[in-house]
Design a binder for this molecule. Structure first.
Ligand code: DSN
Length: 448
């Protein structure tokens, strides 16, 4: 086989992106750096294989590497040649269940959006109501933004924050809406929220109206498995969806964890809460997806095994410590933080109130010096999404590169200096040089 990469244009772009990642500091809170083992699995020959259907689930809960040689019962696949894929998928499922304390895991969703859609499709009929956090208050596009396909099918109603200076959610309003609208799903989960919600209170409200309790933990999944964020299953939640590439530090993809009885996914199943695992399997395939991406599932299995190691707990703890330290350093410099600070990996800043600059201009200036973050709406933002009042940042990726609390002060100083120098190209170049020198001392991959 020819080992040289034959496509010069793509090869050059890969090298350029590797350099960008090495010479800059990634502060987008939903990004991370995977290990070379995750990369190798994702770039493997499993990309060549079709595996519609599922492996046999028998003996899954105790399945691990030591049992790979065992005979596996006939699978539920539509194509032959599944000897290795069945083992890969069973390992991925068993490891995911161990990480989150789930009865079942579906590792096939291509993304977090697909995972959420599959849960809606598993439990709701068209026109049914789903109660989720308002996108403008930190919720996610797939939780019912009017521009999504889901919003055409289901009736989304929303809750929000009562007090944006503390991040307190308006639980009374949430309960009122739930009692009035009787949602089929109560959905907890956010992509721009820096506090820990009251899972117990939300679970109690959901149970009162007989709803499925669903937690989209895409942002904080790594913190949950690292033991520094509550696990919604401990409060009676039925389903957790997540992406695998954020704090969990795996390949890009989705994952659905559930509690309940696991049975044959090819047989029609009664719509009960106990049957949720099987309803979800049927909803992912054939309900909403075709063939699984087996190379990505292999990489997910690698990432799950890395997250099961004790070092991952140290990593998750450090992410929260770094983010809290960065938040404090930024506050000292005059940055106004939504929710007044952070309990997790993420900081949302009102840069318009802080420095009279919109999020797009702040993002551009900060990008110019080699720090990457994203513009973001703040709750009740008077400005439009492409020029919002805020920026969103966090430390999962920077922590992977080995940064500690002491490194947060220089980062906060660079952030402010870039915003102040936004019209001064010479000063921006000077700051970029400092960032580059700092980053050249850091490793790029996790676990290497
Ligand atoms: N795009 C992701 C984020 O950055 O939060 C959510 O899907």
């Amino acid at each position: 086989m020819n080992n040289t990469f034959p496509d010069q244009a793509i090869s050059d772009l890969i090298k350029a992106e590797a350099l960008r990642q090495r010479e800059g500091l990634e502060l987008i809170p939903s990004e991370n750096y995977v290990s070379s083992a995750v990369m190798a699995a994702q770039g493997s020959v499993f990309t060549n294989k079709y595996s519609e259907g599922y492996p046999s689930f028998t003996g899954l809960t105790t399945y691990d590497d030591s049992r790979l040689a065992e005979e596996i019962l006939p699978d539920k696949r539509y194509y032959g040649g599944q000897f290795n894929t069945d083992r890969i998928e069973r390992l991925a499922i068993a490891r995911a269940c161990r990480l989150f304390g789930a009865d079942h895991a579906n590792v096939q969703p291509h993304s977090g959006a697909q995972a959420n859609m599959a849960v809606y499709h598993a439990w709701c009929e068209p026109g049914d109501t789903i109660l989720g956090m308002d996108l403008g208050h930190g919720g996610h596009l797939t939780h019912g933004s009017p521009v999504t396909q889901a919003a055409r099918i289901y009736n989304f109603v929303r809750y929000g924050q009562k007090d944006i200076t503390t991040g307190e959610i308006d639980y009374d309003e949430l309960e009122k809406i739930a009692l009035e609208k009787k949602p089929k799903i109560v959905l907890v989960g956010y992509s721009a929220y820096s506090r820990i919600p009251d899972f117990a209170r939300m679970a109690a409200i959901g149970k009162k109206v007989g709803a499925l309790l669903m937690a989209d933990m895409a942002h904080v999944a790594g913190l949950i498995v690292g033991g520094v964020h509550p696990n919604p299953f401990d409060f009676g939640f039925h389903v957790i969806t997540t992406t695998t590439h954020k704090t969990l530090r795996g390949p890009r993809g989705g994952l659905i964890l559930s509690r309940g009885v696991v049975s044959n996914p090819l047989k029609k199943t009664a719509k009960t809460l106990a049957n949720i695992p099987t309803l979800i399997d049927r909803s992912v395939f054939p309900g909403t997806q075709g063939g699984p991406l087996m190379h990505v599932i292999a990489a997910k299995a690698v990432a799950f095994s890395e997250a099961l190691r004790p070092e991952f707990k140290t990593y998750a703890k450090q992410v929260v410590a770094n983010t809290q330290q960065l938040a404090q350093e930024m506050q000292k410099l005059g940055f106004v933080l939504i929710a007044g600070g952070t309990d997790n990996h993420l900081i949302l800043v009102d840069v318009m109130s802080s420095f009279g600059v919109d999020g797009a201009l702040a993002e551009e200036a900060i990008d110019a010096i080699g720090l990457t973050l994203n513009k973001n709406a703040i709750p009740n933002d008077p400005l439009p999404p492409f020029k919002p009042s805020g920026i969103r940042l966090g430390t999962p990726a920077a922590t992977t590169r080995g940064l500690k609390e002491k490194d947060m002060k220089p980062i906060a100083l660079w952030l402010k200096a870039a915003i102040e120098a936004r019209d001064n190209q010479k000063e921006l170049r000077r700051l970029q040089k400092q960032v580059k020198e700092f980053c050249h001392q850091l490793p790029l991959f996790s676990w290497d």
